[in-house]
Design a protein around this ligand. Sequence first.
Ligand SMILES: NC(=O)c1ccc[n+]([C@@H]2O[C@H](COP(=O)([O-])OP(=O)(O)OC[C@H]3O[C@@H](n4cnc5c(N)ncnc54)[C@H](O)[C@@H]3O)[C@@H](O)[C@H]2O)c1
Length: 256
Amino acid sequence: MQISDRTIIITGGASGLGAACIRAIVERGGNAVIFDLNQDKGDALVAELGETALFCTVNVIEEQSVRDGIATAKAKFGDIHGLVNCAGTGDAGRTVGRDGAYPLDRFQKIINLNLVGTFNVTRLVAEAMQTNEVNSTDGERGAIVNVASVAAIDGQIGQVAYSASKAGVVGMTLPIARDFGKLGIRINTICPGVFMTELMGMAPQEMIDGLAANAQFPPRLGDPSEFAHMALSLIENTYINGETIRLDAAMRMPPR
Ligand SMILES: NC(=O)c1ccc[n+]([C@@H]2O[C@H](COP(=O)([O-])OP(=O)(O)OC[C@H]3O[C@@H](n4cnc5c(N)ncnc54)[C@H](O)[C@@H]3O)[C@@H](O)[C@H]2O)c1
């Protein structure tokens, strides 16, 4: 699927990896829709990028909020062709630590945002996509990209909730691709390594160097534009479906 003249929603698009996708879509002549809770950052990005970007205040874990965002995006741009599920967060804590067992509410909060939120937006955007006009001989109607993490596979000490949530995202990729086959909608998942987002920019150099040492080549953290490049490639290449791809310079995370 081409990016130009297509409309792509990015959850968590106000910041970090999602914001890099928003910039890349607009640069390539597409319409970019930010679904995020951070209105200040979302508005600033739209002011920078202009008319082909749109911010919608959307909470990915609430059905009505996502439905309202889809309606707003459709009213401005028409059919929705793509979705990248970047909204997510982490939490650190051992299953049993110094203060006792990991609090269940914290575990559930991470699963709810990273896994249930990703599923919620995917199912509702795909429901909207299924009535899209078909523009290709293959009958393609839409393409979705999920964002997991290398922690889905090499979870470190203290990453139990985060790793479980991201492994859930990896696990649902193939069954969703199978569910969507007849609809002409593809879905793939990226497992990023460690990227140089704003948050990481505030980390001490020693920590950044330590993380970069886990990469083979290139021996550095990823640039958000490299993530956006992969996400848009997965949208563009019609033959990739149901796949999970590590984007990590052959990084393998040690236990700690
Ligand atoms: N940055 C990395 O190195 C890295 C590595 C591996 C995986 N990831 C994953 O990539 C995704 C993006 O990471 P990032 O570093 O860009 O994060 P970020 O914190 O910069 O951006 C996340 C965005 O999600 C939004 N958000 C949070 N909860 C939301 C909700 N309920 N509804 C709507 N929006 C919500 C936030 O407001 C924020 O703008 C996350 O899922 C993260 O787990 C990031």
